[in-house]
Write a protein that binds this ligand. Structure first.
Ligand code: ADP
Ligand code: MG
Length: 238
């Protein structure tokens, strides 16, 4: 069970409030997409869920446990960043194995998991390379592989496709959808791309200036946008 529940979650940076009391109930296994303009707080919200930032006020629950004070490694989550965030001096294999080594898994178990994820993502021939010897698409696969090997209950994706070219974007999007089908993990995915949101999401959360404008299925938002902002973002022409 890994539902993710936010109760009046707020975040300020140096007294400037950027997240204004978010209430949200994400079900176990759901694929939820956060959309909204640049600077509206999408990445901050993901980082709060991941534990990379402290919550200023409110409560966060993952799988029923209150995790406000829990370190990222103990939250059962894995995050994939837009910029890949690979270790440049390590091979692909070591990049994928690193988190498991920290968690003190056995060598055999690490090896099996890394090779299985590499096969799934078709990067098994690249395991000895360094990140600089890879294309952008290959790097993003390694970043996704690094998340997969940890068997997270919740995957967090922050604009994972935005550095890829159009064809690779479509292909990787399909692979992420398949990953969701295969793992049934909870997925929280940030994008500013309407097509990505409409095709991937069970539900879309439309954010604006640190607040939720509307939450609904892609069809609900498309046919019944709550206001002009949502309509402008994803709704049908009014
Ligand atoms: P988005 O991902 O939707 O583009 P962000 O979550 O990155 O938006 O940023 C939301 C707001 O919080 C922006 O105004 C941004 O400048 C501010 N912000 C984000 N991180 C920090 C930080 N570490 N220190 C100060 N302000 C920040
Ligand atoms: Mg962002």
């Amino acid at each position: 069970m890994a539902d993710v529940v936010l109760k009046n979650v707020q975040k300020s940076f140096a007294r400037v409030k950027v997240i204004h009391g978010i209430d949200l109930d994400i079900r176990d296994g759901e694929f939820v997409v956060f959309v909204g303009p640049s600077g509206c707080g999408k990445s901050t919200l993901l980082r709060l869920i991941a534990g990379l930032e402290d919550i200023t006020a409110g409560e966060l629950f993952i799988g029923g446990d209150r995790v406000n004070d829990l370190v990222p490694a103990k939250r059962g989550i894995a995050m994939v960043f837009q910029s890949y965030a690979l270790y440049p001096h390590m091979t692909v294999y070591d990049n994928m194995a690193f988190g498991l080594e920290l968690a003190k898994s056995s060598k055999a178990e690490i090896d099996a998991k890394v090779r299985e994820a590499a096969r799934l993502l078709q990067i098994d021939s690249l395991l000895d390379r360094k990140p600089r010897q890879l294309s952008g698409g290959q790097r993003q696969r390694v970043a996704i592989g690094r998340a997969i090997v940890r068997d997270p209950k919740v995957f967090l994706f922050d604009e994972p496709l935005s550095n890829l070219d159009a064809a690779l974007r479509v292909q990787t999007r399909i692979e992420i959808a398949k990953l969701h089908t295969d793992t049934r993990a909870t997925m929280i995915y940030v994008t500013h791309d309407q097509v990505e949101a409409m095709t991937l999401a069970d539900r879309i959360v439309v954010l604006n200036a640190g607040r939720i404008e509307q939450v609904g299925t892609p069809l609900e938002l498309y046919h019944r946008p709550a206001n002009l902002f949502v309509a402008g973002f994803i709704g049908s022409p009014q």
